[in-house]
Design a protein around this ligand. Structure first.
Ligand code: C2O
Ligand code: CU
Ligand code: CU
Length: 503
């Protein structure tokens, strides 16, 4: 019996044997996890690795029997994975075939401001943008996506995003899974609303969407709750929360321990064992999952409500298919199925030491800046958004983004402490140019899973997070870097500021 994806076929209280559940998931869910194609560039005479990225419109069938209009990069939806090593010089040829302007930003990359792809580096319809830069940072899972002010949410939602993986001598030398798409797998999680006719509508016309656009379907690498087929071996998942607004709290259906090995900007010093991993929009984490004892087993990658005690059967039945979007963060739902086959022989293991991190010392900071995340005036919760043509609901230091205003000026080479104080809902705060380290959350040191290089940090309501960063290498008084909330509706609304780095 074919179960249409999206149909609410399970009675929450029905009891099904584990075998029946297995059959429902794995016989009927014939939806294999797609892996984005890998691009490693073509060497040119100048010694640069050249990448061609074509931003284009497409059509994709997310739900059986329907077709959805999408945006993609060299394809219908999402883009190829760019892979480079530290020390490589890269040249990108980004051609915009969308018929409308956009930009492409290298999220997490340490690059000159003029190459950063922020709101000022517009690629007009029909044009090609050709940024070039050297990879100067350690191995990490970065990503790229549009950053056109006011349109970032829509452009990402329609499908413009891709992975940007950096390798270095440290990551190369570790016994980690390294075969792209086989045991080293990029996993971008996005939530989308898809109407029964296939339409993927992005309209910010009410307060709920303004608070962050959440979708009822969970897409992994562009497929609705797909199945990853793997051998029984150690695998590495490079998790990217590429959703516009949804925060996930990942775990596995048997509540097993997995190991976080990397944060946004690179490897952790040592693997961190955990059974839950919270990831806000824009954040990445690499995890190792030990499947060596799981021959012919199956697992589900889920997002757990923070209150729910995991229970495989009940949670699975409740979470299959279409869900209510309004209370989804409080629900437990399936993200991806994992079907494990025969024993594998990739030889990967869990290293006890991953890398060493140069910790920035507070005493070396020459400046402290404070950023207050807040709600704008006159836009109280009780007022209906649709009655107002004025946006600018979310602010930083009481101000809305202005392309013509430089908010902060940083001196090249300085170490600074940025204090992010949240007087509003949860916001993932992201900085361009640098990878920072979290000093504390409300005065308490960060958890082991956040003790590493970060470019995005979730700041909870009434929380104050202090981060420290050093602004090296690139000074340019004429080009700005952004800092902003990575809930894309908030960013588009103006919850963003810009800084320049000057000599
Ligand atoms: Cu992921 Cu300013 O961006
Ligand atoms: Cu960024
Ligand atoms: Cu926000």
């Amino acid at each position: 019996v074919a179960v249409p994806v999206g149909a609410n076929v399970f009675n929450q209280d029905a009891w099904l044997s584990p075998l029946a559940i297995k059959e429902i998931f794995f016989v009927n869910n014939n939806n294999t996890l797609p892996v984005p194609p890998l691009l490693t560039g073509t060497l040119n005479d100048a010694g640069q690795k050249v990448f061609e990225l074509n931003l284009q419109r497409g059509q994709k069938s997310f739900l059986p029997g329907t077709s959805t209009e999408t945006f993609g990069i060299n394809g219908d939806y999402l883009g190829p994975t760019i892979r480079l090593s530290k020390g490589d010089k890269a040249l990108f040829k980004v051609t915009n075939h969308l018929g409308e302007r956009t930009t492409i930003h290298w999220h997490g990359a340490h690059v000159p401001a003029a190459m950063d792809g922020g709101p000022h580096q517009v690629i007009e319809a029909g044009e090609t943008w050709q940024p070039s830069f050297e990879i100067m940072q350690p191995a990490a899972t970065l990503w790229y996506h549009p950053h056109l002010h006011g349109k970032t949410g829509e452009h990402v939602y329609k499908g413009l995003a891709g992975f940007f993986i950096v390798d270095d001598e440290v990551s190369d030398s570790l016994p980690l899974p390294k075969t792209y798409g086989v045991d080293d797998i990029p996993i971008v999680i996005q939530d989308r609303n898809i109407d029964p006719d296939g339409t993927m509508n992005y309209t910010i016309n009410n307060m709920e969407n303004m608070m962050g656009f959440r979708g009822a379907y969970i897409l992994v690498n562009g497929a609705v709750t797909p199945t990853l087929e793997t051998k029984a071996q150690m695998i590495r998942l490079r998790l990217l929360n590429g959703s516009n607004a949804r925060i996930y709290n990942f775990g596995f259906s048997d509540n097993r321990t997995f190991y976080q090995i990397a944060t946004d900007g690179g490897l952790l010093q040592t693997p961190v064992p955990m059974n839950r991993l919270r990831l806000a929009p824009g954040e990445r984490a690499e995890i190792l999952l030990d499947l060596r004892q799981d021959i012919n087993n199956y697992l589900i990658l889920k997002s757990y409500s923070e209150e729910t005690t995991p229970s495989l059967m009940r949670d699975s039945m409740m979470s299959r298919g279409r869900m209510m979007s309004d209370d989804l963060d409080m629900q437990t739902f399936d993200v991806m199925y994992i079907r494990i086959g025969e024993i594998g022989d990739n030889g990967a293991s869990l290293p006890s030491q991953l890398t060493s991190i140069d910790w920035l010392q507070s005493a070396t900071a020459v400046r402290t800046r404070t950023f207050v995340l807040g709600m704008g005036m006159g836009m109280g919760m009780g007022r209906r958004f649709s009655q107002s043509t004025e946006r600018h609901m979310f602010t930083i230091n009481g101000q809305s983004f202005d392309m013509n205003r430089i908010d902060e000026t940083v001196r090249l080479g300085d170490t600074e402490i940025w204090v992010i104080r949240n007087q509003s809902m949860a916001h993932p705060f992201h900085m361009h140019d640098v990878q920072f380290q979290i000093l504390d959350r409300n005065g308490a040191p960060p958890s082991a899973s956040e003790k590493g290089w970060k470019d995005t940090v979730l700041v909870m309501p009434n929380e104050t997070v202090r981060v420290i960063a050093r602004f090296d290498d690139f000074a340019d008084p004429d080009h700005a870097y952004m800092y902003h909330c990575h809930i894309l509706e908030h960013e588009d609304d103006g919850m963003m500021g810009q800084f320049i780095v000057v000599p």
